[in-house]
Design a protein around this ligand. Structure first.
Ligand SMILES: *Cc1c(COP(=O)(O)O)cnc(C)c1O
Length: 416
């Protein structure tokens, strides 16, 4: 980055230090990952200079010869890997993608039914502070108090009672596989459209280690930067009959010109996702999550739902006598980066809730296996047990730095 270094030393220094931070700390944030150098190069390319409102072959400005080719490659690769009828690769990110779906099918005041935010749903699924909750009439289903799991009978009776126009299946903090067939049946029974938001688990679907929602959902939204390991962006997939409505809702409904550098990077990430190496990564993500979950359970930690079937886990720290924020702060000091999170039926405030959330995607991308995950579990326990002891944090941070030297993250290999 020699030009950046010369032109803007302040930003250059921030990026350089961020590279170091990403290299020498352990990234357990469930929504984060490390993209390959190839994805990074496409993201940083001249495609950022080009305007291309419209769709392939139907643009408003000239000069689209290569942009059209790039967008078509992204679409074709997404269709091949997920088997969807139609794919729109232009949404700027997961939140605008969901907004586009609402614009396509809802009028202001229409009812939507999704998972409650404190139970693992996403802000864009109707939370009061989000446009999805302000412009539409949100209803929420919760997790079962005993099992911490979805109760499909409850979802069904709520759906039949409130008759949503859109039923949303998807989460940001739920560690179990969703029953798409059951959601489909409920949507059919109450006359709703089924939207599956697979932002978190898209990479597991692409890697063929998780059931696909494609045969069941009318519309699927996904981010591209979580387990799928692409650039920050999103895609909407749908059945052929909804293609026109979805495309119109993205452009001109909610967006202007697509971010072509991102589209190119999505295409690269999708090519990578269609390889044996990626399928092995996806399988290892699951094994790694389980190894960490088992270690924590054996040390008396309370995992919501009692375990994990995907890349993430949510831990209720109530029995450990420490709040989520305090734990997350201490762990960050020790080189273990994760986020505090509400747990179902949380009695604490969202800014300092009772839980922490973690995921195994990023650490798997840098080559960690079960043995390292078990070590992470021991470190987490040590730091939480001694959370006021900065000496313990410093010792763990040094050990983590040492371990990370042997596992350079994709794109950061030159730091070792
Ligand atoms: C992350 C996430 C989103 C939003 O993605 P952004 O890119 O942050 O806007 C939407 N839905 C779910 C379920 C998510 O986990």
């Amino acid at each position: 980055m020699k030009h950046l270094k010369e032109q803007d030393p302040e930003i250059y220094a921030c990026i350089q230090q961020e590279e170091l931070r990403q290299h020498e700390k352990i990234r357990l944030i469930a929504s984060e990952n490390y993209v390959s150098t190839a994805v990074m190069e496409a993201t940083g390319s001249v495609l950022t200079n080009k305007y291309s409102e419209g769709y392939v072959g139907k643009r408003y400005y000239e000069g689209q010869q290569l942009v059209d080719r790039v967008e078509q490659l992204a679409i074709d690769r997404a269709k091949a890997i997920f088997g969807a009828d139609h794919v729109n690769v232009q949404p700027y990110s997961g939140s605008p993608a969901n907004l586009s779906v609402f614009l396509a099918f809802l009028n202001p005041g229409d009812t939507i039914l999704g998972m409650a935010l404190p139970h693992g749903g996403h802000l864009t699924h109707g939370a009061k502070v989000s446009i999805s909750g302000k412009y539409f009439r949100p209803e929420f289903y919760s997790l079962d108090k005993e099992s911490g799991r979805l109760n499909y009978d409850t979802v069904r009776s709520q759906a039949l009672a409130c008759k949503p126009k859109i039923l949303i299946a998807g989460y940001s903090a739920y560690s179990r596989i969703l029953d798409f067939e059951r959601f489909r049946a409920i949507a059919d029974e109450c006359g709703a459209l089924l939207l599956v938001d697979m932002a978190h688990f898209a990479g597991l679907v692409a890697g063929k280690v998780h059931p696909s929602p494609v045969p069941y959902a009318d519309v699927i939204t996904t981010t591209t930067h979580k387990t799928l390991r692409g650039p920050r962006g999103a895609m909407i997939m749908c059945k052929a009959e909804h293609a026109g409505a979805i495309d119109k809702a993205v452009f001109p409904g909610t967006q202007g010109g697509p971010h072509n550098h991102t589209t190119a990077a999505i295409a690269v990430a999708l090519k990578e996702a269609d390889t044996e190496a990626f399928r092995q990564y996806a399988a290892q993500v699951l094994r790694n999550a389980k190894a960490l979950a088992d270690t924590l359970i054996s040390r008396g930690y309370n995992l919501v739902t009692g375990g994990t079937e995907n890349h993430l886990m949510l831990i209720d720290l109530t029995n450990k006598g420490i709040s989520g924020k305090t734990a997350a702060r201490a762990l960050d000091e020790a080189g273990l980066v994760l986020n505090c999170n509400t747990v179902p039926f949380d009695t604490r405030k969202p800014f300092d809730p009772s839980g922490i959330r973690m995921g195994s995607a990023a650490v798997t991308s840098r080559g960690f296996k079960e043995a390292q995950m078990e070590q992470i579990g021991v470190w987490i326990d040590t730091v939480i047990q001694n959370h006021t002891d900065t000496g313990v944090q410093a010792k763990v941070a040094a050990e983590i730095k040492e371990l990370c030297k042997s596992y350079p993250a994709p794109g950061l290999e030159y730091l070792v």
